[in-house]
Design a protein around this ligand. Structure first.
Ligand SMILES: [Zn+2]
Length: 463
């Protein structure tokens, strides 16, 4: 069989791996490559004919793993997309959100008179392509082996990270020889709010592992609740101000809301008004409620004794834009959770516009901000930033924590590989990481006799 890493090779976005077993072609993930974002249209240049792919396996809903599926279908793929039930539902929401982002960019580009010259701002796909994608999804529960054909069996193993996220483990009969290969997707971390810990993978011959946090370590010594209590106490109780938390609507927001629920229902802080200002957060929280049985034991226990994990007194999900605008007229201390997480677009822009010059405002970053984003500039400490066509001085207090990261760190990643013994595991392929991260992980693994490859994009490996 042959393995080709077509995306997320020495970079973190655009996951797309092709596994060929005799004539059968399996595509594992089909993510949007953000590094092509200057020309989003480049995502339709597949290095293979989409019509020749027999089946797609989707590890989880994040756009860097799912975001190019509608293009694959638009370009001729007509097979099934296999994923877990929550992944199907969350991917639909995220893909629809992608369409809105494309249309928004196109609108802005036209407004600035660049419509004709900027082919890059043409939407990569539309709602109808997302609907075609959703129709092709076939859902499979965790740890339930599923036969792709007479020779190939797939099992989804939970990896934490995001509701529904799975490693794809394949048991293959390759001309009479049994071969096992696992694709980790993204690996979560232990003790993450709401989510189960990653489950160990069965022994395999080949492992295609993510490496995002290779060589990097999460902060130790403080819990999520401790950081939130300290920040809210200062920003909202002592200073009677407001706390703005930019957060991705799916995953990060639910982890945050549940953590706040625990704090307030245990009386660890006096009540503070909380606004979750994101329609996508409101609708995706329903998916978390629906798949309640997949949440971790602590969340289930909370539910049994206290009720809904994502609902508490003083919490309001703000869905329409009019109500969102009203938040700026709310003068009591409050917490505003809004997207987008990196502050590029979304309702968070309005909240920043009205509060960035407020001494009694704190902005708590709980996620990664890519270079070039407003979030990155604020974290860098820029004294003046550009928001909605105005230059504004930054008087708000800027804070950050990495405790909400949904990725395992260096130790988590290395330990996932080390659950396998080097005499059975023939080869580890590192993907979904910058070269330095991969190198740090490769160094740690080769010391213990693992065979590690950092594949170049498009190179085929015979397994
Ligand atoms: Zn992910």
């Amino acid at each position: 069989m042959n393995l080709t890493i077509h995306g997320a090779a020495r970079q973190v976005t655009g996951s797309m791996h092709l596994l060929e077993v005799n004539q059968y072609k399996i595509l594992i993930d089909c993510g949007l490559d953000y590094e092509k974002d200057r020309n989003v249209q480049a995502n339709e240049d597949f290095p293979f004919n989409p019509a020749t792919i027999d089946v797609v396996i989707l590890t989880h809903a994040h756009i860097d793993h799912s975001g190019n599926l509608p293009t694959l279908i638009r370009m001729g793929f007509d097979g099934q997309i296999l994923c877990t039930p929550p992944t199907a539902e969350l991917a639909e929401l995220l893909l629809m959100d992608s369409v809105s982002i494309f249309l928004n960019k196109q609108h802005k580009s036209r407004k600035h008179g660049r419509g004709k010259s900027h082919q890059s701002r043409q939407p990569l796909y539309l709602q109808k392509h997302v609907m075609d994608t959703v129709e092709r999804m076939v859902t499979i529960g965790f740890n339930k082996p599923f036969r792709l054909n007479g020779d190939i069996e797939l099992t989804f193993v939970p990896v934490g990270h995001l509701l529904g996220a799975a490693a794809a483990v394949l048991k293959i009969n390759d001309n009479g020889q049994e071969k096992n290969i696992a694709f980790t997707g993204d690996i979560g971390r232990k003790n993450y709010p709401v989510l189960n810990d990653p489950q160990p993978l069965p022994p395999v011959d080949y492992l295609v592992s993510e490496s995002t946090y290779g060589g990097r370590y999460h902060t130790q010594g403080q819990t999520i609740e401790e950081v939130l209590i300290e920040t809210i106490d200062k920003a909202c109780i002592k200073e009677s101000g407001r706390l703005i938390i930019p957060a991705f609507s799916i995953g990060r927001t639910q982890a945050l809301v549940y953590s706040l629920n625990k704090i307030f229902s245990n009386g660890l802080l006096p009540p503070v008004k909380v606004f979750v200002d994101s329609p996508l957060a409101a609708v995706s929280t329903q998916v978390f409620r629906k798949h309640h049985a997949l949440l971790n034991e602590e969340a289930q226990e909370f539910y049994r004794h206290r009720g809904d994990e994502f609902e508490f007194d003083n919490l309001t999900y703000v869905e329409n834009l009019k109500d969102s605008k009203q938040i700026s007229n709310y003068f009591e201390p409050c917490i505003i959770i809004s997207s987008a997480g990196m502050l590029e677009g979304g309702r968070i822009q309005d909240h920043l516009y009205y509060n960035i010059q407020n001494y009694y405002c704190t902005i708590l970053f709980i996620g990664y901000c890519a270079k070039g984003t407003l979030g990155y500039r604020l974290l860098r400490g820029d004294p003046i930033v550009h928001i909605k066509d105005r230059e504004l001085a930054v008087y708000a207090t800027i804070k950050k924590t990495d405790l909400f990261s949904a990725h395992g760190d260096h130790n988590d990643l290395v330990n996932t590989v080390k659950q396998q013994t080097p005499d059975k595991l023939k080869q580890v392929f590192l993907v979904h990481g910058e070269t330095e991260s991969m190198q740090a992980m490769a160094d740690a693994l080769t010391q213990d006799d693992y065979q590690v490859t950092m594949p170049e994009k498009g190179v085929t490996y015979q397994l």
